[in-house]
Structures are given as structure tokens and as C-alpha cells.
Design a protein around this ligand. Structure first.
Ligand code: NAD
Ligand code: ZN
Length: 343
């Protein structure tokens, strides 16, 4: 089969011919239709410090996918050949204390497809049946291929009660933008999303037209808060940039007793003024991945009752043109980029 693998320790990914994955008794084989390019894939493409210490050379990358089940392991009875699906790319064990408590997303032994294990940038993917999430007919493969990052957005956004609350989102990358749409869908009052990249903010305005976009390199967030009569601050903050300036700005803009969920990954150690957080009595929650499988249930339900994030997909390429997709993504001007494997 054709796949995209990290075969050389330098920038790029390479198209390879790889053997068809062999499935075990509890696995399924999925024929891949569409895949999304993630920020994580960009780290692997760039071969930065994190990637070169984490990803084994030769690995097939990619973890955002939609496809169709073509083979079932002998123990798998709850799925069917021909079923369209996406799936959770975090592979977990069942024997850790957290897994046994039903919190699979907190299993310390988690391994990621496309990072530690063979990934989804391939014509076929082996996945434990446990990780498969069937796709309803009304969710197309394009959206199926971005459920992984949509799940990050849903997991973070639904960390705290949103109804009637004022929400600040820092970072209008694809995940921040989708989070804005989710917060509005879930009944937040004001949703403000910040960035320093005007292309990203324009996309945010397209995907979540009722959110207030703020270019913090040009506009003062305090003025916007005044305009919206949010002088006491935001109830909820979703940090989705990984930038410490955005974090500081969020802490300053929170209401007393506000709640913050942190998804963005800082590039290194991050300075934090703890006194601000303590005297404001702020709650901070770190967010990793998606809850298995509540996040998946919730996001599919929201997509089926009107949440529309389709415009966050700005480019589609046939997999033969994958290099164009990665180059575009590197420029930071795109939203989600989806590769088509069906051609
Ligand atoms: P992205 O890099 O596309 O978006 C980040 C955005 O933040 C960019 O548009 C950037 O311009 C903006 N930004 C930079 N400085 C800013 C500032 N001072 N104020 C406001 N915005 C600023 O990322 P993404 O794919 O949307 O993902 C969002 C973040 O979540 C990333 O840091 C990613 O690594 C992280 N992530 C974490 C998990 C997890 O499990 N915790 C999973 C997926 C992604
Ligand atoms: Zn991803």
C-alpha cells in the first residue's frame, strides 16, 4: 500500500510502499478515505527537537482520518465490514488505575498512532476495534477526518459550564476557531477569540460569525471588553495558542473566580505570574486529547443538531500533492487541510 512515512531525519515526509498492516483478533483494518493534516504532523514534517526525540524513523505518520472497515479481527462482533468510521488515535491499555476507573483518556501508557505507532497517512490502517467510532451517514468523510481536532476543541470547550457565560479564546488556529463555534452552539453569551494573524481571524469570522474576533497586535482587548460590557472579566478562558503572552493576557482578562482550560502547548518552559492566578482565585485545567468516548458522543450529537465547522477546511488535495498541503500549512495561512486517498 501507499503511505507517507518519516524515512529521513530531515524536513519532509516521503511516499513509500509499505506492507498491508496485519490485524490482531481485537483489531479492524480500515481503508482510509480522507486524512487531516495536524500541527503534530507539522512538527514531524519539520523534524524539530520534540519530533526527533519521539518519532521512530520509518514511521507512517498521521492520526486524523475517516475511512471504511474492510476486515474484522476474529473477536470483533460489534462492527461491520463496509461501515464508515473515524476513530480515536490514542491507544490505551485497560490495566492502569485510570483506565480501570473508566478514564481511558488519562491512561499514562497512552500511545499515539502516527507518533509512536503506525499511522493513518496510508491506504490502510490497523486500529483496535475499541478505538473505532462509526460515522453516521450525515457526517461526510471530510468532517470525519477532522473529528480528532474537533474533539480537542469540544473537550476543552466543555470543560466548564458554558450556558450564559462569557468566554475568551486565545489562538485562532483551527482548534480555537472550532472552539468558538462550539461555545456559541452550547449557549455561551459572548465569545471573544484573539490572534495576531489576520488570516486566521478572518477564517474565525467565517466559521463562527457571532464570535467577536480581536487582533491583539492591533486592538486593545480591554476596549473590546468595555464595548461588550465585560468590565469584570471573562468567566471562562480557553487557551489555544501555546503562547505565554496570550496566557498572561487571559489571566488579566478573567473575572474573579474564573475558570481556564489549557490546550495550547508552549514550545518550552513558560514563565507564569502565580500571584495573579492565586489572588484572582482562578481554576486552571490542563486538557489532553479527547475523553473516551464522551467527547466523541458529544461532538457527533452537536454536528447532527446544527454545529457547522465545515468552513474550517480551507484546502483539499489529492494525496499525490501532499507536499503542497504541508507547505501551505507551514505558511500558517490555511485552516484544516484534508488529503484525499480515494483517487
Ligand atoms: P495553531 O498553531 O494552528 O494555532 C495557534 C494560534 O495561536 C495561531 O493562529 C497563532 O497565530 C496564535 N497565537 C500566537 N500567539 C498568540 C497570541 N499572543 N495571542 C493570541 N493568539 C496567538 O494550533 P492548533 O492546531 O489550532 O492547535 C492549538 C494548540 O493546541 C496548539 O498549541 C497545539 O499544539 C495544541 N494541541 C494540544 C493538544 C492537547 O492534547 N493538549 C491537542 C492538539 C493540539
Ligand atoms: Zn491532530
Amino acid at each position: 500500500m501507499t503511505a507517507l512515512a518519516k524515512t529521513n531525519s530531515k524536513e519532509g515526509l516521503w511516499k513509500v510502499e509499505a506492507p498491508l498492516p496485519e490485524i490482531g483478533p481485537d483489531d479492524v483494518l480500515i481503508r482510509i478515505n480522507k486524512t487531516g493534516i495536524c500541527g503534530t504532523d507539522m512538527h514531524i514534517w519539520n523534524w524539530d527537537e520534540w519530533a526527533s526525540h519521539t518519532v521512530p524513523l520509518g514511521l507512517i505518520t498521521g492520526h486524523e482520518f475517516a475511512g471504511e472497515i474492510v476486515e474484522l479481527g476474529r473477536n470483533v462482533s460489534n462492527l461491520d465490514v463496509g461501515q464508515r468510521c473515524s476513530g480515536e488515535g490514542h491507544l490505551v491499555q485497560s490495566d492502569s488505575r485510570q483506565s480501570r476507573a473508566g478514564k481511558f483518556h488519562l491512561d499514562p501508557g497512552t500511545r499515539g498512532i502516527g507518533v509512536n505507532e503506525q499511522g493513518a497517512f496510508a491506504q490502510y490502517l490497523r486500529l483496535p476495534a475499541f478505538n473505532v467510532v462509526p460515522l453516521p451517514d450525515d457526517i461526510p468523510d471530510d468532517i470525519g477526518a477532522i473529528l480528532d481536532p474537533l474533539g480537542n476543541a469540544v473537550h476543552t470547550a466543555l470543560s466548564f459550564e458554558l450556558l450564559g457565560e462569557d468566554v475568551l479564546i486565545t489562538g485562532a488556529g483551527p482548534i480555537g476557531i472550532m472552539a468558538a463555534a462550539i461555545c456559541l452552539h452550547a449557549g455561551a453569551r459572548h465569545v471573544v477569540i484573539t490572534d495576531i494573524n489576520s488570516d486566521r481571524l478572518a477564517l474565525a469570522a467565517d466559521v463562527a460569525p457571532n464570535a467577536r474576533i480581536v487582533d491583539v497586535s492591533k486592538e486593545d482587548l480591554n476596549d473590546v471588553m468595555h464595548e461588550l460590557d465585560l468590565t469584570q472579566g471573562f468567566d471562562i478562558g480557553l487557551e489555544m495558542s501555546g503562547n505565554y503572552r496570550a496566557f498572561d493576557q487571559m489571566v488579566d482578562a478573567m473575572v474573579m473566580g474564573g475558570k481556564m482550560a489549557m490546550l495550547g502547548i508552549p514550545p518550552g518552559e513558560m514563565p507564569v505570574n502565580w500571584s495573579h492566578i492565586i489572588f484572582k482565585a482562578i481554576t486552571i485545567k490542563g486538557v489532553y486529547g479527547r475523553e473516551m468516548f464522551e467527547t466523541w458522543y458529544k461532538m457527533i450529537a452537536m454536528l447532527q443538531n446544527g454545529l457547522d465547522v465545515s468552513k474550517v477546511i480551507t484546502h483539499r488535495f489529492d494525496v499525490t500533492d501532499f507536499e503542497q498541503g504541508f507547505k501551505l500549512m507551514k505558511e500558517g495561512k490555511s485552516g484544516k487541510i484534508v488529503l484525499d486517498w480515494t483517487g
